[in-house]
Each structure stands twice: as C-alpha cells, then as structure tokens.
Ligand binder design. Structure first.
Ligand code: NAP
Length: 258
C-alpha cells in the first residue's frame, strides 16, 4: 500500500502532516498512491481528488469550513490508526461528468465533485439550454453553474440554489446574473433535474469564455457545447464515523455544531 499527503499552505497543516508521515506504516509515493490524505479544507480535498482521481481520499480539516472532511484535528491518531489497520470505511460521492466541445474540434471529458461553471464576466453569453434534447430557454447573462448534490453547498449556494440532501443524486442548474428581459427570457430560478437526464449548454457560434471545474479553470477560445450527465463515476472518501447530512450543514452554516 502506498500513500501521499496534500497539505494546505499553513503552519498547522504542515505540522500535522509531519506527524502523520512519521506514523503511517506504508510507503510514501507521490506518483501512484492508493491512499491520499488531504490536510486543510475542502479546497485541499478538491485538489487531492483532481490530482489522484483513483485514490481513496481522507479529509482532515484544520480550520476553515471543512464541509467534506470526515476527520477533524482531534482525530489525527484515529486517522493514522484507521489507515494502518484498515479500519476505515469508504463513501462513494457521485461525480458529475461532462463533455466539452469546441468549434475547432477539440473535445474534453471531465468529472466534477462540486460543479462546473461556464462564465464570461465581460461580454454576456448567449447559450441555448437543453434538458435531454428539449430546448428549455435561450439564456443571456454572465453564465451558468451546474452543480452536483455535494456541490449544492458550494458555489451553487451563493447563487441561491437549494442545498440538496445527500441521499438524492441530482444536477442543479443555476444562473449567474441572467439578464431576463423581453429579448431573453430564462427561468430565473435554480432548476433541479434528475440524474437520468442530460443538461446541454450550447452556442451557435464560437465563444471565448472560461469553464471552471471545481478548483480548476480553463479558458476556451471556441466554445461550442458542454453536456452534463451522470455515469456512475465516484470519488472514494475514507471515514471512520460519517457525520449525518443535517448535522453537517448545521455545523458548516448555522451554529458550528454547538
Ligand atoms: P476558494 O475560492 O479558495 O474557496 C471556496 C470556499 O468554498 C472554501 O471556503 C471552501 O471550504 C468552500 N467549499 C468548497 N467545496 C464546498 C462544498 N462542497 N460545500 C461547502 N463549501 C465548500 O476555492 P477552492 O478552495 O479552490 O474551492 C473551489 C470551490 O470554490 C469551487 O468548487 C466552488 O464551489 C467554490 N467557489 C465558490 C464561489 C462563490 O461561492 N461565489 C466562487 C468561486 C468558487 P474550505 O474553506 O474548507 O476550503
């Protein structure tokens, strides 16, 4: 068994990482680890997944929000023990897959834990929004965000999207500054769709815009279309005790768990 550690750039996380490295019995391997320990916050965990998509990721949160993290700073020895003695369980977090197509023929396949956004902060975007093959609207505005269930508490929440129970697998489409005039009319509220459907955002001419996927961002010169779908791709998260959904949102957003 090989493991690696990803650390947020702060002294406390670095100190904890040193302690963990001294006590894990497996060999350290940054290239091909089966287990990755993300020490920091949700951002560190997103980074860990995108760097090592096939590994089991353990989140140890050291301050900040830590919505995803299953271990807190009091659980360092528990985490070490779980990994050394194989006493952890794994939770499968559904990933949102997407196909991005450009007019020049480039295609990209990606998976997101939280969401993907299609944004143009300066010039407004005009995009046809389709659910399966049916046209829903012609959107005009800064952009659109399609989030997963797990990502419903991230960017989606800032766009007044609904927080979604982790027992449901859905995609949520939310507008980023939709114009909504008599020329361009869009739904104006977030839309939850079943995981069995596909959401497509497409342009009938090449667009220069940026696509973000969780903590990553890409600039595209000739955007044509992005299609979102679920296909049984998962991120494997290690845990000892899984915090319930209601407790997790109360701790993160309402009362810090007190
Ligand atoms: P960041 O901008 O440095 O941090 C974004 C914040 O979102 C952090 O506080 C992070 O928690 C929190 N977060 C991440 N995933 C979450 C989740 N599923 N539920 C609740 N909170 C969550 O960026 P980053 O750390 O690289 O993370 C990228 C994420 O930032 C994106 O996936 C997107 O969701 C989010 N984002 C949000 C906005 C917005 O709300 N206006 C804008 C851009 C990006 P920690 O403090 O524990 O790291």
């Amino acid at each position: 068994m090989k493991y690696s550690v990803l650390i947020r750039d702060d002294d406390n996380s670095k100190k904890i990482a040193e302690y963990i490295k001294k006590n894990i019995k497996y060999s350290y391997d940054e290239n091909n680890p089966e287990i990755v320990i993300a020490i920091g916050g949700d951002g560190t965990l997103l980074e860990a997944f995108h760097k090592y998509p096939n590994s089991i990721v353990f989140g140890l949160h050291t301050g900040h929000l830590g919505f995803f993290a299953n271990y807190n700073p009091d659980d360092i020895d528990l985490l070490i023990n779980d990994i050394n003695n194989n006493t952890y369980k794994t939770e499968k977090i559904p990933l949102l897959s997407m196909l991005i197509e450009e007019w020049n023929g480039n295609v990209y396949y990606e998976d997101a834990i939280n969401e993907a956004t299609v944004l143009s902060p300066v010039k407004t975007l005009i995009l046809d929004v389709k659910i399966d093959d049916e046209i829903l609207e012609k959107f005009r505005g800064t952009g659109l965000c399609v989030s997963t269930t797990a990502g419903s508490t991230a960017y989606n929440k800032s766009l007044h999207g609904a927080v979604v129970d982790h027992d449901l697998v859905v995609m949520q489409l939310a507008e980023v500054a939709g114009i909504n005039s008599n020329a361009y009319r869009s739904l104006g509220s977030p839309l939850l769709v079943s995981s069995k459907r596909r959401i497509t955002l497409e342009s009938d001419m090449p667009l220069e815009l940026s696509v973000s996927i969780d903590n990553l961002s890409y600039s595209l010169k000739e955007f044509k279309r992005i299609t979102f779908y679920y296909q049984n791709h998962f991120m494997n998260m290690g845990y000892h005790n899984l915090e319930g959904f209601i407790k997790r949102i109360a701790r993160t957003f309402i009362d810090s768990g007190k």
